[in-house]
Design a binder for this molecule. Structure first.
Ligand code: FES
Length: 89
């Protein structure tokens, strides 16, 4: 099932297809989403979810506190619901 991702405050939205990470979907939609390694090591793609849920094949290197605050690795995260994301703290 596809999920819709909204980036705030710029109000950019894109669809994530089944089996795509958030980062893959953004790049496939020509959105300049920050990234470097694309394997969950550099943290360039780090962003924070304001709404929605994600799952991982490999758990990211985030503390419980960071996860609780919504931080996620866009290159590793698969949406399981529609999402609202921000790059702000
Ligand atoms: S692009 Fe390096 S951690 Fe996601």
């Amino acid at each position: 099932m596809n999920h819709r991702v909204q980036l705030v405050p710029h109000n950019i939205t894109f669809e994530v297809n089944e089996g795509e990470t958030i980062l893959e979907a953004a790049l496939n939609n020509n959105i300049s989403f920050p990234n470097r390694c694309q394997v969950g090591a550099c943290a360039a793609c780090l962003c924070r979810k304001l709404k929605g849920e994600v799952s991982y094949h490999l758990e990211p290197m985030l503390t419980e506190n960071e996860q609780a605050r919504g931080w996620l690795f866009a290159c590793q995260a698969y949406p399981t619901t529609d999402l609202t994301l921000t790059f702000d703290e």
